[in-house]
Design a protein. Structure first.
Length: 284
C-alpha cells in the first residue's frame, strides 16, 4: 500500500495560513492571523459553526478544523436568518477594496449576491442584526442606524446608536426593540432606535446577543457574561473565570439549551457546554 505523505504545502491568503491541499486551517490559527467578525451555528448541521472573518467565511467542525467556503472578502457585519438555516446576511469589504452593501447567501455561505447597497451606499455595516420577532426586519450601522422592513431590499434611517457602540442585537419579542452594547454599557430602544435607555452601565459591554429561546446575553468587562432567561428577566453574571479575556461575539446553539460558542478579543473561538459558566477552546 502506497504511503500517503502527510506534509502539506501552505499558502497565505490575505495573511491567514490555509492548507493548500484541502483549504482547511485549525481554528486556533485564527488568533493573530485574522479578525473574527461574527459567529453562527450552522442551522442545517448544528455540529458545525460558521465563522465570519476578515478573510471570508469559514465553516468549522468539532475536530477544530475550519474550511474556507466563501470567496476571500472581509465580512464585517454578519447575521443568520432566524427562519432559513441556509440564509446568511453580511456586509463589509470585497478583497479589492470598497464596500459590499448588504449581501445575502442562500446556500449556507458558499455564494453571495448584493441585495441592496443600503442608504448612501454601498454601505459597510460593521454591526448587523436580524429580528427574531420578524425576520423581515433588520438593522445595520453605517454611521447612523439604518432599518429595513423587507428583508434588506430597502432601508430607512432609524436614528443614532449610543456613542461608541460596538454591537447590536434585535429583540425576539418586538421588531421595534433593539439592544446596543458599547463603552457606555448596555442600552435598550423600544422605538426602533429613535431613543435609548440604559440597562447596564457599571462597565463597558463588549457584545450583546439574543438566543433562540429569547435569552439575552451580554458581556460586561471585568464582570463576566450576563444572562437573562428572557428579555424581561434580570441580567445575572454566570461567567467570572475568563481573566483578562472578554467576549466579542456569541452564538447560542438552537438545538442544545446550554451550548454556547463565542469569540474573544484575541480571536480565539471558545465553547461552553453549561450555559456560559465555564469555557474551553473550540475543538478536540
Amino acid at each position: 500500500m502506497q504511503r500517503i505523505l502527510l506534509s502539506l504545502t501552505l499558502m497565505v491568503l490575505g495573511g491567514i495560513a490555509v492548507a493548500k491541499a484541502q483549504n482547511a486551517v485549525p481554528v486556533t490559527a485564527f488568533a493573530g492571523q485574522t479578525h473574527i467578525h461574527g459567529l453562527a451555528v450552522d442551522g442545517a448541521d448544528p455540529d458545525h459553526l460558521f465563522i465570519a472573518t476578515h478573510h471570508g467565511l469559514y465553516r468549522a467542525g468539532p475536530d477544530g478544523m475550519a474550511t474556507l467556503i466563501s470567496v476571500v472578502q472581509d465580512l464585517m457585519g454578519f447575521s443568520p436568518s432566524p427562519l432559513e438555516p441556509l440564509t446568511l446576511f453580511a456586509s463589509g469589504h470585497p478583497a479589492g477594496g470598497g464596500n459590499l452593501g448588504l449581501i445575502v447567501s442562500m446556500d449556507g455561505g458558499r455564494t453571495w449576491v448584493q441585495r441592496s447597497p443600503g442608504l448612501q451606499g454601498p454601505v459597510d455595516f460593521h454591526m448587523l442584526a436580524v429580528s427574531r420577532a420578524d425576520a423581515n426586519v433588520m438593522y445595520g450601522v453605517f454611521g447612523a442606524l439604518q432599518r429595513s422592513a423587507d428583508a434588506g431590499f430597502t432601508w430607512t434611517f432609524a436614528g443614532q446608536v449610543p456613542p461608541r457602540t460596538v454591537d447590536i442585537a434585535a429583540s425576539a419579542l418586538d421588531p421595534d426593540r433593539l439592544y446596543a452594547a458599547g463603552v457606555a454599557g448596555l442600552f435598550l430602544s423600544e422605538d426602533a432606535g429613535a431613543t435609548w435607555s440604559p440597562l447596564y452601565q457599571s462597565t463597558p459591554v463588549s457584545m450583546v446577543e439574543l438566543g433562540p429561546r429569547g435569552e439575552l446575553f451580554a458581556f460586561a468587562l471585568g464582570r463576566g457574561l450576563l444572562v437573562a432567561e428572557d428579555e424581561n428577566a434580570p441580567l445575572e453574571i454566570v461567567t467570572t473565570d475568563l481573566g483578562e479575556l472578554y467576549l466579542t461575539h456569541l452564538a447560542p446553539d438552537p438545538n442544545a439549551t446550554t451550548r454556547l460558542f463565542a469569540a474573544d478579543q484575541a480571536n480565539e473561538v471558545l465553547i461552553s457546554e453549561d450555559g456560559g459558566r465555564s469555557w474551553r477552546r473550540f475543538g478536540p
